[in-house]
Design a protein around this ligand. Structure first.
Ligand SMILES: Nc1ncnc2c1ncn2[C@@H]1O[C@H](COP(=O)(O)OP(=O)(O)OP(=O)(O)O)[C@@H](O)[C@H]1O
Length: 577
């Protein structure tokens, strides 16, 4: 093997080492940021960690260009580099992500039009069943036979946090009470608690993540640790239901900061308590989002290989900016920016991409779906019915390359598929409608508190998840709250003015008139009445200005990933007092 291929393989792996080293450094800072309540720094660290990957891919690509003239690299050359790279991976703690990094460097140098599976790791070279050994124990086991108060006392004692507790005995008492409500004495007596050695940090919360092994099954055991203004700790709830855990680890939230030098081991450890989450989703949840994307693509290929479904337009109102399609049984949608937008849309393609990027890096507060961006995405042509191909030719002709066996789409996003809220409401019972409208209003409030104004707030732009949560997915009109001017509608000078189709007052490009939201959001009486009753603040300019003022003052709101009704203070505090 030529020394040049060897050198190149080593250079790529060293580049990945450098990237992951920085990734771990930023992650390791999470404890200090939490303890010192550096909430602005938490947000910056989150963004910086996401940027690292592309930055390091760029550095390595630059180095390789210096080492060798890329124009001379042919397929055989890459095959030799890849072969050597593979020989470096056994014993390496992160082989699967190293493969993704190789793919990224390859694409940066060769473009996305040479994606031959043999030249890069579309499929992993690692044996399917092999999970690398963690360098340190991933978890600590506590046996319940010593008594739950004792166990929890040890668990909290063993934490690395250096802050005092508000009232540790109270919190332990509440956790035990929760366990007694959920499980029988016999179940609790024979249980084992397997607590992750590292805390999972996100926003203002440090999570204890554990697996509660009962005799017949394993359930999650999650404790969100909070920090008060005086720097004292308390635990707000205990979650032992896998649906609740799934929401905590959901696709609509920022990635966790959890120190994982061997991510595959942690992803495997999490599997039994997140049975509904795919490998891709678990990698993303712990911040390895680029590898999550590789896994997401593998899941797509796997789905195609195990079904004969045809692609179809996604149900719902068609987008003016996006062409959205799916596979009927697949849980993701494919979103492509149209070549031309409807005339009422004033955005450009570059602005749409910026909005999607903003969401990727922003705290999604459980209300905006994460997306994975792909270039040169291949769809088997025999799965595209003529009617859909005709839609492609009409809406995205410049983005497609139709070949004999595949249709290549130059750029698209994959996003979790939800049920569009407008469709969901048409079939909802009164109780379901009430729940959905309450959720919808909460979503807007939480987005606003996180400095996101959704722009277009119609129900069709929100989806209902399988856990009954309302999540926003149409990003082309989002704006930072702080860029906008929330105005009262000026009184009309004459009665006739109010009847005119056009506003009688001037409207600047950043002006928003919350009172007018009624016209669009409340036109359908059943939902409209509910929305005005449950969330009247949405129509009040003063409320929007107050949210804006809090953001400007540097306040960062904590959006709980659990329901108010699950909080210990709501369930037990009055009784305890
Ligand atoms: N994640 C999703 N799950 C299910 N359906 C979706 C999803 N994203 C989009 N859709 C469907 O595709 C349609 C268009 O998507 P989207 O709202 O993102 O496009 P758009 O062109 O930006 O829309 P608009 O015209 O409102 O700006 C939605 O109304 C919905 O029916």
């Amino acid at each position: 093997m030529s020394p040049r291929e060897l050198l190149i393989a080593h250079t790529i792996l060293q580049g990945f080492d450098a990237q992951y080293g920085r990734f771990l450094d930023i992650t390791a800072g999470a404890q200090q940021r939490f303890e010192q309540a550096e909430w602005q720094a938490v947000q910056q660290a989150m963004k910086a960690r996401i940027h690292l990957y592309d930055h390091h891919v760029g550095l390595v690509a630059h180095q390789l260009r210096i080492l060798n003239d890329v124009a001379q690299w042919d397929g055989a050359f890459w095959l030799r580099v890849k072969h050597h790279y593979e020989t470096l991976l056994p014993e390496y703690p992160r082989p699967e992500i190293a493969e993704s990094f190789f793919n990224s460097v390859f694409c940066r140098l060769q473009g996305h039009s040479h994606l031959h599976p043999e030249r890069l790791f579309i499929f992993s070279s690692q044996p399917v069943s092999s999970v690398p050994q963690a360098l340190r124990p991933l978890s600590r086991a506590y046996c319940a036979q010593q008594g739950w108060h004792q166990v929890l006392h040890h668990v909290l004692n063993d934490l690395p946090l250096r802050l005092p507790w508000q009232d540790r005995a109270r919190d332990i008492g509440w956790i035990v009470r929760h366990l007694q409500e959920q499980f029988s004495p016999a179940q609790l007596h024979h249980a084992t608690l397997d607590v992750a050695s590292e805390l999972f940090y996100r926003n203002k919360t440090a999570w204890i993540v554990a697996r509660l092994q009962l005799r017949d099954r394993m359930v999650p055991f999650l404790l969100p640790i909070q920090r008060d203004e005086d720097g004292r700790l308390w635990i707000d709830t205990c979650l032992t239901d896998s649906n609740d855990a799934s929401i905590v680890f959901g696709f609509a939230r920022a990635y966790f900061m959890v120190y994982a030098p061997v991510p595959a081991a942690l992803v495997a450890w999490l599997q039994p308590i997140l049975p509904g989450k795919t490998t891709a989703e678990r990698y993303m949840a712990i911040g390895c989002q680029k590898h999550g994307k590789t896994e997401c693509y593998r899941e797509y290929l796997h789905y195609l290989a195990h079904s004969d479904e045809a692609f179809t337009l996604a149900p719902g109102v068609r987008g003016m900016v996006m062409l959205v399609f799916t596979l009927p049984g697949f849980d993701r949608v494919f979103k492509v920016i149209k070549d031309r937008f409807a005339p009422q849309k004033e955005v450009t393609e570059a602005q749409v991409r910026d909005c999607y990027r903003l969401v990727k890096e922003h705290d999604r507060v459980g209300r905006m779906a994460d997306t994975q961006e792909f270039e040169h995405f291949a769809l088997p042509r025999d799965r595209i019915p003529p009617s859909l191909l005709a839609e492609f030719r009409r809406d995205i002709p410049q983005k497609i390359d139709v070949r004999d066996d595949v249709v290549i789409i130059r750029h698209l996003w994959l996003e979790r598929r939800m049920q569009p809220l407008n469709l969901w409401l048409t079939a909802a019972t009164p109780d379901q409608r009430q729940h959905a409208i309450a959720e919808y209003g909460d979503a807007i409030c939480q987005l606003a508190a996180a400095n996101i104004f959704p722009g277009d707030m119609l129900f069709k732009n929100f989806g209902m998840t399988r856990h009954g949560r309302v999540v926003f997915y149409d990003y082309d009109e989002i704006r930072p709250m702080t860029d906008l001017v929330f105005r009262d509608v000026p009184p009309a000078r004459y009665e006739e003015q109010e009847l005119q189709a056009e506003p009688w007052y001037s409207v600047g490009p950043d002006d928003v008139f919350p009172e007018t939201f009624r016209y669009a959001l409340c036109s359908e009486p059943a939902s409209g009445k509910l929305l005005q009753a449950l969330h009247p603040q949405l129509f009040d300019p003063g409320w929007w200005r107050a949210v804006q003022a809090r953001i400007r003052a540097g306040h960062i709101e904590e959006v709980m990933a659990w329901r108010t009704a699950q909080r210990f203070c709501v369930r037990y505090a009055t009784v305890a007092a």
